[in-house]
Design a protein around this ligand. Sequence first.
Ligand SMILES: Nc1nc2c(ncn2[C@@H]2O[C@H](COP(=O)(O)OP(=O)(O)OP(=O)(O)O)[C@@H](O)[C@H]2O)c(=O)[nH]1
Length: 361
Amino acid sequence: MEVSLDSQHNSQLDTIRRTLLASIGALLYSLVILVCYKLGYVLIDVTDLVIIYICFWVGHLAAVGFVYFRHIRNMSARSMSLLHMVWAIIFVSIILYYTVEIRSALMMAYLTIISFGAFRLQWRGFFGITLFTLASYAVTLFFFQQNNSGRWSPELEVIIGITFLAAMLGFCILGREFSLLRERLTSSNRGLRIALAKIEALAITDELTGLYNRRHLLVCLDKQRAIANREGSRFVLAYIDIDEFKRINDEFGHRVGDEVLQQFSDLLQESIREIDLVSRYGGEEFVLLLTGVGIETAAIVVERIRDAVESLKFSENNLAMTISVGLTEYQAPETINDTLERADKLLYQAKQEGRNRVVQA
Ligand SMILES: Nc1nc2c(ncn2[C@@H]2O[C@H](COP(=O)(O)OP(=O)(O)OP(=O)(O)O)[C@@H](O)[C@H]2O)c(=O)[nH]1
């Protein structure tokens, strides 16, 4: 879970970084156009240029704001959405319509815009945006030729057009490869995350019973102790041992012994609340962690479990068995070891007093 949140956060930061890069690119391109305008390569009325700039920047900033808004809301965002790219391509096409002589240089902006799509778009989207760019350039050329026939050189335009088409095709193929690579990477990351979650679960689970193991119990106890020390909350440990389990193994075999352990674990699991924890401490020993209760309430719960075990028949052989329990409440600021040792001594006392009983501190 932590891994997944981490990767989501990193991907959002990447998105913000790419959006900032796109903005820097757009700013530089706007400045280059201004210089070209000053040098007489962009033949446009200054009012029209200002209107085009305002329209483009309003759209661009709205898109950037949208990405940032989704980021602070923790929603997934695309650095340059399809709409955002279409907006930028239209802007470049309009500028190209007014550009003379150096149009092939300013056309490079198309490639920069499209390359942003390679980070996010599926290859179909990438293909679509490439087609849109080609169509948009064709429309620009058509109108340019209509209004500037004097400056129109068919041979030159064909050469530029073919070069541009080849570059776009190359970009499209590379974009597809990139997109496939990204999809493979995403899917292998997902696989790794699932495998990691499984390994983490295995590391804290007892194989036979499916209960938490001793390692996980100790981690939880440390946390619970820290909470109790800080907030003054209470928790109780019940150290449970199945009585004369060796006899069950000896009489019925190890397989039946395992079955009994599994059924007993199920019973324990069903007897506690979600906020409590049951663990297999080792062999036929189990520890219950009962949180937010004092020893009086815990004693009632554990006594009920002892009673249920006594009256149940386990495994296919209808075995009867009993448990002994040492029950103690955590006394701040002692260590968890102290509490466990006390519970163990109480369990020993329960065994000494004849088994099938709960002894509390
Ligand atoms: N079937 C099975 N037996 C286990 C497992 N782990 C431990 N045991 C057995 O549990 C038995 C525990 O025996 P003892 O420690 O002598 O205790 P006991 O017979 O329960 O007697 P008291 O605790 O004194 O009531 C041993 O025979 C172990 O082999 C397990 O995973 N499966």
